[in-house]
Design a protein around this ligand. Structure first.
Ligand SMILES: Cc1ncc(C[n+]2csc(CCOP(=O)(O)OP(=O)(O)O)c2C)c(N)n1
Ligand SMILES: [Mg+2]
Length: 371
């Protein structure tokens, strides 16, 4: 129905259409591994390009091994990551060590590449408290399970960095489902108002467990939600490592220059189930959709791109695979060697000064545990 309001500035529907038209998907490398946006090519050396590929291959292996370790009962909570490597690893690759990462439960690869030892990631999966004892100098928080909560925390961490005069950013990740939560809006709004150096990533893998993104929101893109918060927003091809890197690098530059936060939506797909707790993706996704997305695979397109430049080979890839398997074996051994956690451990790490009623309980457990 045509609007009765002829003046476009007063036409609410037109205003929305104008916004929607602005949010086109940013891409540099197409599915064939060809550069389609030369002007936006990030400034990365050959060695850096190879390192990014190495991390993606390594993480695909880590995902496969984690799934099989979970099935053997040797890991606990695990949210598969295959398909999301470009979105996860190219964004982390654009960071500096002093930047803080506030991950969601699927974002364990980013915190590993930011410095969390692999065995601790395995301990986190097992629900062992040592998995959450982040080493000094590794600027990551524990993976958040409450959907969207990390967005509010990121606004706070970013504001803290700004107040301390640190030239660093806080980056966080949630999913398409997370972008429907109140915390999402509060986080981007607060960071925008205070020009906090935050980068808000929404990895839109099209499903929140079984709920398709179309049922989550009337918004055509997640990126356009930035408009209401008055901050820049961009939708990126999340299967394209170069586009993800360029978008995050750009957002980081603006953040540390005092220009405030950015919202980045990465269009991606998880090949596996939501978690290893038992959902069956064939009940909510079609094989056609799976195939369509597997054709966009980030490793396949980046491999082609690098091979064309003479920067990658089967031999190199096999070396990475072997290294990953070796590291995983070692890390599981180390995780197995962690002492069984005790109730008294949980109590003593929780309090600097234990309340008197808990002191009593502490003694009771201590006596039980020494039997
Ligand atoms: C506040 C809250 N509500 C519900 C849940 C249960 N839950 C766990 S994962 C999930 C779906 C999240 O989907 P999305 O944000 O798209 O992230 P993805 O798992 O696809 O990466 C839900 C509803 C939760 N953990 N926290
Ligand atoms: Mg999702």
């Amino acid at each position: 129905m045509a609007s009765k309001l002829k003046n476009a500035q007063l036409d609410a529907k037109k205003s929305l259409e104008i916004v929607e038209e602005q949010f086109q998907t940013f891409q540099i490398l197409n599915e064939e591994g060809e550069v389609v946006n030369e002007a936006a090519m990030p400034d990365l050396t050959d060695a850096q390009l190879q390192e990014l590929m190495r991390r993606m291959v390594y993480t695909r292996i880590l995902d496969q091994r984690s799934i099989s370790l979970n099935r053997q009962g040797r890991l606990g909570f695990y949210a598969p990551t295959a398909g999301q490597e470009a979105s996860q690893l190219a964004s982390q690759f654009a960071l500096e060590k002093e930047d803080f990462i506030l991950p969601g439960y699927r974002d364990v690869p980013q915190i590993i590449w930011h410095g969390l030892p692999l065995y601790q990631a395995f301990l986190f999966s097992r629900g062992h408290f040592q998995g959450n004892q982040i080493p000094e100098g590794v600027n990551v928080l524990s993976p958040q399970i409450i959907i969207g909560a990390q967005y509010v925390q990121t606004a706070g961490v970013a504001l803290g960095l700004k107040k301390n005069g640190n030239k660093a950013v806080a980056i966080t990740y949630t999913g398409d489902g997370g972008a429907s939560q109140g915390d999402f809006y509060e986080g981007i709004n607060f960071a925008g108002a205070l020009k906090a150096p935050a980068i808000f990533i929404v990895q839109n893998n099209r499903f929140a467990i079984s709920t398709p993104v179309e049922k989550q929101s009337a918004a055509k893109t997640v990126a356009q939600k930035a408009v209401a918060a008055g901050i820049p927003g961009i939708q990126v091809d999340g299967m394209d490592p170069l586009a993800v890197y360029a978008a995050v690098h750009d957002a980081r530059e603006r953040a540390i220059n005092g220009e405030g936060p950015t919202l980045i939506e990465t269009l991606t797909y998880r090949y596996g189930p939501h978690t290893m707790a038992g959902d069956d993706p064939t009940r909510y996704r079609t094989a056609e959709l799976d195939n369509e997305w597997e054709k966009k695979d980030p490793l396949v397109r980046f491999r082609k791109f690098l091979e064309n430049k003479g920067l990658w080979s089967e031999e190199k890839e096999n070396e990475v695979i072997e290294q990953a398997k070796e590291d995983i074996k070692e890390a599981i051994k180390k995780a197995d060697a962690a002492p069984k956690q005790k109730v008294t451990d949980l109590m003593s790490i929780m309090f600097e000064e234990m309340p008197s009623n808990l002191k009593e309980q502490y003694e009771i457990y201590k006596a039980k545990e020494s039997k």
